[in-house]
Design a protein. Structure first.
Length: 116
């Protein structure tokens, strides 16, 4: 079992920055991929960024060059630095931990609101 808790969301003006954190507890040494997803009202949950235990990162095209995912020593916590935020980045952001190929854990989410 893995428990995830996100923090760092809030209200920011367009062009501003936020840093999200995802703390993990439980069987964290079994985690091989951690990711950030987001879900806006009326839309499906989408991948924002992910990072593997080997440090390989993957980003959605919409956030490349603006967001950076990172983790210390290949383990949680994992961070999402979000710069140059846009109103379309407004969503609930979720942290996800993957163990093996098919076991997933989700956090409860943190709201990010970007005003124009």
């Amino acid at each position: 079992q893995v428990q995830l808790v996100e923090s760092g969301g809030g209200l920011v003006q367009a062009g501003g920055s936020l840093r999200l954190s995802c703390a993990a507890s439980g069987s964290i040494f079994s985690i091989n991929i951690m990711g950030w997803y987001r879900q806006a009202p009326g839309k499906e949950r989408e991948l924002v960024a992910s990072i593997s235990s080997g440090g390989y990162t993957n980003y959605a095209d919409s956030v490349k060059g603006r967001f950076t995912i990172s983790r210390d020593n290949a383990k949680p916590p994992v961070y999402l630095q979000m710069n140059n935020l846009k109103p379309e980045d407004t969503a609930v952001y979720f942290c996800k931990a993957t163990i093996g190929m098919s076991v997933y854990y989700w956090g409860q989410g943190t709201q990010v609101t970007v005003s124009s």
